[in-house]
Design a protein around this ligand. Structure first.
Ligand code: EPU
Length: 303
């Protein structure tokens, strides 16, 4: 076990919790315990914490809303760092009478951002409605839907690079792709700037409601999940392939291929990561046998 206690005592302004059930840290509700969860209260304390961890060679992972990760089943001796206390700033910068930029902290949830967009009459980010991510996670993954992706509205990202140097990177320098933010390796997102137009709150609320209705119609909402498990292969739909291979409803323990949408695995109660990985393995094998297609994971398996 790592000497986390000694380490966190050397850093001020960090709230620490010990032995946190991992199920509280991810939307799948899967996993054992996270030995140490740290929430820096300021950007400076985040930097100091990361500096100390790097100097000591200790493992850490930034977790956002936990909607695209699969935690280990046992006790996880990584420091889990949450940015929900140090990176929640939101600020609007006017460009002209019709448009501007929303600068938003990486620890803020997209659901909250979308609500603020409705309240202030900022249009352009409606497609983010219903994506259960934080701003940071959404940038890292280039989260999106058929209606748009983060890369379409992103102007720049302020981040800490691998050497903990603060940098502002314009969108044009990020090689973003499908579900890939193109960030430099080891980067920690602090803030993102999104381009918005001014609109009527009533219209924006209407668009958001419509997108949420469509989501509820086509995607499983009843059980915990991590959203889509696999990326769509170029020109194909992972959900349709898994469905046609006959896996809807396939279950190992409490992990089940959703009968509503085959690219979702749902937790029917007490699914373990081992259950989920077994479903993933079988589905992948089945789709390869039947269609000769290798499905690539969208969900990040934490090691
Ligand atoms: N389909 C089936 N059977 C299924 C599921 C889907 O035949 O069980 C068919 C649908 O009928 C449709 C096609 O497959 O013709 C595509 O399905 P869908 O419209 O549900 O979209 P998707 O490609 O599966 C993508 C994103 C979602 C996003 C939706 C809506 C990926 C991997 N998934 O899903 O993102 O919400 O479009 O825009 O890119 C996520 O990334 O976690 C996620 C949920």
């Amino acid at each position: 076990m790592k000497d986390w206690e000694r380490l966190v005592n050397t850093v001020t302004d960090v709230d620490v919790q010990w032995d946190v059930p991992a199920s509280r840290l991810n939307t799948f509700r899967v996993g054992g315990t996270a030995r140490c969860v740290a929430r820096p209260r300021t950007e400076d304390s985040l930097k100091t914490l990361l500096k100390t961890l790097k100097a000591e060679g200790l493992p850490w992972t930034i977790v956002g809303n936990g909607s695209n990760v699969l935690f280990p089943d046992g006790a996880w001796d990584h420091m889990v760092i949450l940015l929900d206390r140090c990176a929640t700033r939101l600020e609007y910068q006017r460009r002209d009478d019709r448009s501007g930029t929303v600068r938003v902290g990486s620890g803020l949830k997209l659901t909250h951002l979308v609500k603020l967009c409705i309240r202030h009459g900022w249009t352009g980010l409606e497609f983010l409605a219903g994506i259960p991510a934080t701003v940071g996670g959404a940038v890292v993954m280039n989260a999106g839907t058929r209606d748009g992706a983060v890369g379409d509205v992103l102007e720049r990202v302020r981040l800490l690079d691998e050497t903990l140097r603060e940098r502002t990177v314009p969108r044009s320098e990020l090689p973003m792709g499908y579900r890939s933010g193109g960030l430099p390796p080891g980067a920690v997102v602090l803030e993102a700037d999104f381009r918005v137009m001014l609109g009527l709150p009533r219209c924006i609320a209407g668009k958001v409601a419509k997108l949420l209705r469509e989501r509820r119609r086509s995607q499983p909402a009843r059980w915990p999940s991590a959203g889509c498990v696999f990326k769509n292969p170029p020109g194909l739909s992972a959900g349709a392939l898994i469905d046609q291979a006959g896996f809807k409803g396939y279950r190992v323990g409490d992990a089940q291929v959703s009968p509503v949408h085959a690219n979702w695995i749902v937790n029917r109660g007490r699914a373990t990561r081992a259950d989920v990985l077994e479903v993933i393995r079988t589905v992948r094998h089945g789709v390869r046998e039947r269609f000769g297609v290798d499905l690539e994971l969208e969900v990040r398996v934490l090691e």
